[in-house]
Design a protein around this ligand. Structure first.
Ligand code: VG1
Ligand code: CO
Length: 543
């Protein structure tokens, strides 16, 4: 079989963002675009000669065609073996687990996560290392450097592999193993949460709705929730993965998971609702008439994780991304465990997990995870919640009320301004950055500024430093506003403003979040002059 060395030239714009490289699907399908990036990954990690890679994606448009190209390139680059999810499917957490379970050298995950899919929507690719986690900044920098000098890529001229056929295939000297995407992951879940306890919960009439949003978790949720845990058929909705996510936006938040929200706030709502995103690493939790913010979910799981067999010995520590609310800090303090604050993106949790400094971690964007893998894990979070509901016998609202009365409530909201002209977004951020030093001690919209800085992170494990990770302004009485630009968008710039307000007075724990956050929001808009600088008078998405 001929191996081809194809001459190419560097393609601009192949810098990985918060989570791999994300572009419009049409860009990924341009001549050499995918091939250049894949060869840069292989070269950037020091070659793949004799190595084993795990490959799979969220099933979005171009998933299968891209996998065929990657397999031919892995073969021409002398990989020993590729382990691929059947049909090209692997949720991000299942891929992370498979890398660890099989002691593979790394993996390629094809996904643009919560971004829509289809020929006119988004596609993405990221490399995960041998620990199963997203490549560190040092590695992604090497990959990006390579994209700038690449002159050649290697690819085998070969027929497509049948990705549906379980078992072993050969491509020249390379072995391809097609595996069931669900079974190893389901086995892992049984070692962490108490399946018999949850089965008994469902047997007792507990009701649930899981919205897989036409994305990759459908097969996982059907198998685990309905087949293994005995939840009635129909518990999982939108459970068939589709290449354009049913033309939806597979982002589990109250805006995009509206069907589920309507159900949970309607008459005859189930006891528990949950949703996950395109690649299965995010989760949304909602009780009957009670939406749980992701930051609160992390705090709740931290407070009760010991009820699940996997965490019976307690937690080593916890970590949250900087914009995530400080609710978990308060729980960690009461448990006497450390709480780390990292930049946005799962790659920053890997070292803390590997070093045994933390057991749980999470982000405000609906990502929660633990040391069982090195990615956030949507279905795992849902199962841990079910375990806690089963053990305590309490409802979601009761658990939240207890959490707030014990630790205070961190009201929280994120405002997203999407597809802003890049120059204007950058100018707004630059303007605010320049002001930060002078803000401390001043009053903005009636709030006293206690601290203001640009977040930088010193990794306590490897000593690496990451700068420019978001602007934060801390107000008196537990208020905070954070500003950053998204690193996952594919069009213009997305400005994210994160608002938080702590409330500890018992009679104020059930305020409307908009009311509780009104002052911080006013101060954030005033100090940034967002409306003047961007011409936007309202956010596109509020979560
Ligand atoms: C967003 C989220 C971040 C998350 C990242 C990847 O990044 O804010 O918390 O880790 O997406 O999640 P950004 O740079 O757009 O704010 V996923 O589910 O896309 O892998
Ligand atoms: Co995701």
């Amino acid at each position: 079989m001929p191996m081809q060395n194809v001459r190419t030239t560097p393609i601009e714009g192949q810098k990985p963002g918060t989570s791999g490289l994300r572009k419009k699907t049409g860009v990924f399908r341009r001549p050499h675009f995918l091939e250049n990036y894949v060869q840069s990954i292989f070269d950037g990690i020091g070659g793949i000669d004799g190595k084993t890679l795990v490959i799979g994606g969220d099933g979005r448009f171009f998933n299968d065609a891209a996998i065929q190209i990657i397999l031919r390139m892995a073969c021409a680059n002398s990989a020993a073996k590729c382990i691929v999810g059947q049909g090209g499917l692997l949720s991000t957490p299942a891929a992370s687990h498979l890398i660890r379970l099989r002691e593979a050298d790394g993996g390629l995950i094809l996904s643009a996560s919560h971004n829509p899919g289809g020929p006119d929507a988004d596609f993405g690719l990221k490399y995960n290392g041998p620990n199963g986690g997203p490549a560190s900044e040092a590695v992604t920098d090497k990959i990006f450097e390579r994209t700038k000098t690449l002159a050649l890529y290697k690819i085998a001229a070969a027929e497509d592999i049948d990705l549906e056929q379980l078992g072993t295939h050969r491509l020249e000297n390379m072995t391809i193993e097609i595996v069931d995407p669900v079974s190893d992951y389901a086995d892992l879940m049984q070692t962490i949460v108490d399946f018999p306890k949850i089965r008994a919960l469902f047997a007792g009439g507990f009701t649930m709705c899981f919205d897989a949003m036409h994305a990759v978790t459908g097969p996982y949720a059907h198998a685990i929730l309905e087949d293994m845990l005995g939840a009635p058929q129909g518990t999982v909705i939108n459970g068939q993965p589709s290449s354009d996510f049913g033309k939806g936006h597979p982002d589990p938040n109250p805006i995009w998971a509206k069907t589920l929200m309507d159900k949970m706030y309607g008459p005859a709502a189930p006891d528990f609702g949950a949703a996950s995103d395109g690649d299965g690493d995010r989760n949304m939790i909602v009780g009957r008439g009670a939406y749980v913010t992701p930051s609160d979910s992390l705090a709740l799981l931290t407070a009760h994780a010991h009820l699940a067999p996997g965490y019976a010995d307690g937690l080593l520590g916890v970590a949250r991304s900087m914009p995530t609310s400080r609710a978990v800090d308060r729980v960690a303090e009461s448990l006497g465990i450390a709480c780390y604050e990292t930049p946005t993106g799962w790659k920053f949790f890997g070292n803390l997990l590997d070093a045994g400094k933390v057991t749980l971690c999470g982000e405000e964007s609906a990502g929660t995870g633990s040391d069982h893998v090195r990615e956030k894990d949507g279905l795992w979070a849902v199962l841990l919640w079910l375990n806690i509901l089963a053990e305590t016998g309490k409802s979601v609202s009761e658990l939240m009320a207890d959490l707030w009365s014990d630790h205070g409530r961190c009201y929280y909201s994120r405002l997203d301004y999407e597809d802003v002209e890049t120059d204007r977004a950058t100018a707004m951020m630059d303007g605010l950055r320049a002001k930060l030093d002078g803000l401390v001690g001043t009053e903005i919209a009636g709030l006293q500024v206690e601290a203001a800085d640009e977040f930088a992170y010193l990794d306590p494990v490897d000593g690496s430093r990451s700068t420019g990770q978001g602007l934060r302004i801390v107000f008196g009485h537990g208020g905070r506003a954070v500003f950053r630009l998204s690193g996952t968008g594919t069009q213009g710039a997305t400005i994210r403003i994160y608002l938080e307000q702590l409330q500890t007075e018992a009679e104020r724990l059930n305020d409307a979040p908009e009311t509780a956050l009104a002052s911080v929001r006013e101060a954030a808009l005033a100090v940034s002059d967002l409306v003047g600088m961007t011409g936007r008078d309202a956010p596109d998405v509020i979560t």
